[in-house]
Design a protein around this ligand. Structure first.
Ligand code: ZN
Length: 426
C-alpha cells in the first residue's frame, strides 16, 4: 500500500478522545435542533421520556428512540424538516417496496457536508485533484449521480458526467478522455467488462473503480478487479444519511469500511431486540448523523447487516471506526427449507466455481406454499448444472436446482441489477 494524501487530515486522523468529545458536542446540538424545530422528533423523544437536557455523555445515545424508514414515509414529503423550507436547495429520494418514497432534503450546509464526505472518499481511493472520473449513476432523483458530482467538484476533479446507459459510448468516452476512475454500481462495471471483451479492447488508463448501492461478494470483487485491471472501493451511504459516500468507504488497506465518525455515530444492534451488540458481533447497523440540518437522522435503523470490525487506528493512518463490508440487508434475507441466507452467499459460492461467469439469477419458486430455489447461471463450456448444484449444496446445506446457460444468454440490465426473482406456481 503506497502512502496516500488525505482530503482532510486533521479530521481523518483525529485522536479518538478528541473524536468522542466532538461527537458529544455535535450529538447534543443535533438532538436540540430536531427537538426544538420539529414536532415529529419531539413527540418521539417525549414518548421515550427523554429530552435534549438528558444527553450528557455518548452513552446516553442509547436512551434515544430509533428512527426507521417508516418515519420518513409517515411524514412524506417534508414532515421531518428541522429548518425553514426557504433554506432548501436540493432533494433526492428513493422508492421502496411500499411505494411511498423516502425523501432527503438538503440545505447549502448539507450539500457541503455531502461533498466533504465524498471528497474524503475520492482521496482515500487515490483520486486526486485534476484526475478524470466518469460518473455512471443517473443524475436525477436517485442520490448517486449528484453525490459523486458534488464531491468531485469539491475535490477538484475533471468530471465526465455520462449518467446511466449506452455502454459503448461510455467506453468510447473513457478512452477519448483517458478516464482514470469509474463511479457506479458493481453490476455496471461487469457490463463494461463484457463489452470490452466483445470489442476485444481494454482501458489502459482506468485504474480505480468506486462501487456502491449494491452488495458484492469478495469473489465478484476479484473478478472485476482482474477483468478491468483496477482497484475497487466499496462506498457506503444511503438516502436517509444524506446519500452516497456520507457514511464512508473502505481504504487501500481494504480491511473494513471507515465510517466518518466526526459526521456519524455507528452502532450495531440486535435486529430483534434493538439491544447494542459487542464489537465483532453481526447485527443491524444504526447511524446517527451529527452534522446534517434539514433532516438529521437519530439512531436510524439501516436494515444493513454488518459488525464493528475495529476501533484501532488503521494502517492507512485514519482513526475512524471500521465496520465489515455490507454483505446483506435484512430485507433481502431469504428463508428456504428452513435455511436463512443472503443472496451474496450464493454469489460468493458461484463466483468461486472455475468457469462460472458473472451473470446469474436467483429464482424463488413457490408452489402450494413451499418455496424452492433455482439458480440460473452463465458458464463456460464444460461446466454442468450438476457441478453448480454440488457447490451450492455444500454452501447452503440443501440442494437448489442449478441451470446453466451460455455466456450472453441471460438478460442484461443497465444500472442496479435485479438478481432475485419470485415465481408462483399453480
Ligand atoms: Zn484505513
Amino acid at each position: 500500500m503506497k502512502a496516500m494524501t488525505m482530503w482532510n487530515e486533521k479530521y481523518e486522523t483525529m485522536p479518538r478522545e478528541e473524536l468522542h468529545a466532538l461527537q458529544l458536542i455535535r450529538l447534543k446540538k443535533v438532538v436540540r435542533l430536531s427537538y426544538d424545530n420539529n414536532i415529529h422528533y419531539r413527540n418521539k423523544m417525549d414518548a421515550a421520556g427523554i429530552n435534549p437536557e438528558d444527553i450528557r455523555s455518548l452513552d446516553d445515545l442509547t436512551n434515544l428512540p430509533f428512527m426507521t424508514k417508516d418515519d420518513f414515509r409517515a411524514t412524506y414529503p417534508l414532515g421531518m424538516l428541522c429548518v425553514d423550507k426557504k433554506q432548501l436547495r436540493e432533494m433526492h429520494m428513493s422508492s421502496g417496496s411500499t411505494g411511498v418514497p423516502v425523501v432527503m432534503a438538503y440545505t447549502d450546509d448539507d450539500i457541503a457536508q455531502w461533498a466533504e464526505c465524498m471528497a474524503r472518499c475520492y482521496y482515500m481511493a487515490g483520486i486526486n485533484q485534476g484526475d478524470v472520473i466518469q460518473i455512471t449513476p443517473s443524475f436525477g432523483l436517485f442520490n448517486g449521480g449528484f453525490g459523486f458530482y458534488h464531491g468531485a467538484r469539491m475535490a477538484g476533479l475533471f468530471i465526465i458526467p455520462t449518467g446511466a446507459g449506452n455502454t459503448p459510448r461510455q467506453i468510447r468516452l473513457m478512452k477519448d478522455f483517458n478516464v482514470r476512475a469509474l463511479m457506479g454500481v458493481v453490476s455496471y462495471g461487469i457490463r463494461i467488462m463484457e463489452i470490452l471483451e466483445e470489442q476485444k479492447t481494454d482501458l489502459p488508463d482506468l485504474k480505480i473503480g468506486i462501487f456502491g448501492a449494491e452488495t458484492f461478494s469478495n469473489s465478484m470483487r476479484k473478478k472485476i478487479e482482474g477483468g478491468l485491471g483496477i482497484e475497487t472501493f466499496d462506498i457506503y451511504g444511503m438516502t436517509e444519511t444524506g446519500g452516497v459516500g456520507t457514511t464512508g468507504m473502505d481504504c487501500p488497506a481494504h480491511e473494513g469500511i471507515h465510517v466518518w465518525e466526526d459526521q456519524y455515530i455507528t452502532e450495531v444492534v440486535d435486529s430483534q431486540t434493538g439491544k447494542p451488540l459487542p464489537d465483532g458481533s453481526t447485527g443491524e447497523v444504526v447511524l446517527t448523523s451529527l452534522t446534517r440540518s434539514a433532516i438529521p437522522v437519530i439512531r436510524f435503523r439501516t436494515r444493513d447487516i454488518s459488525w464493528i470490525q475495529s476501533r484501532e487506528k488503521c494502517i492507512c493512518g485514519r482513526t475512524h471506526i471500521r465496520i465489515g463490508r455490507i454483505t446483506g440487508r435484512l430485507d433481502d434475507m431469504l428463508i428456504i427449507k428452513g435455511v436463512n441466507f443472503y443472496p451474496s452467499q450464493i454469489e460468493q459460492t458461484l463466483m468461486s466455481i472455475p468457469g462460472v461467469g458473472n451473470n446469474y439469477q436467483i429464482i424463488i419458486e413457490e408452489k402450494d406454499g413451499i418455496k424452492d430455489l433455482r439458480i440460473n447461471v452463465e458458464v463456460e463450456p464444460g461446466v454442468t448444472g450438476f457441478m453448480v448444484e454440488k457447490h451450492l449444496k455444500e454452501a447452503l446445506g440443501f440442494s437448489p436446482k442449478g441451470d446453466v446457460f451460455k455466456s450472453g444468454e441471460l438478460p442484461r440490465q443497465e444500472g442496479k441489477a435485479q438478481r432475485v426473482f419470485y415465481k408462483k406456481g399453480d
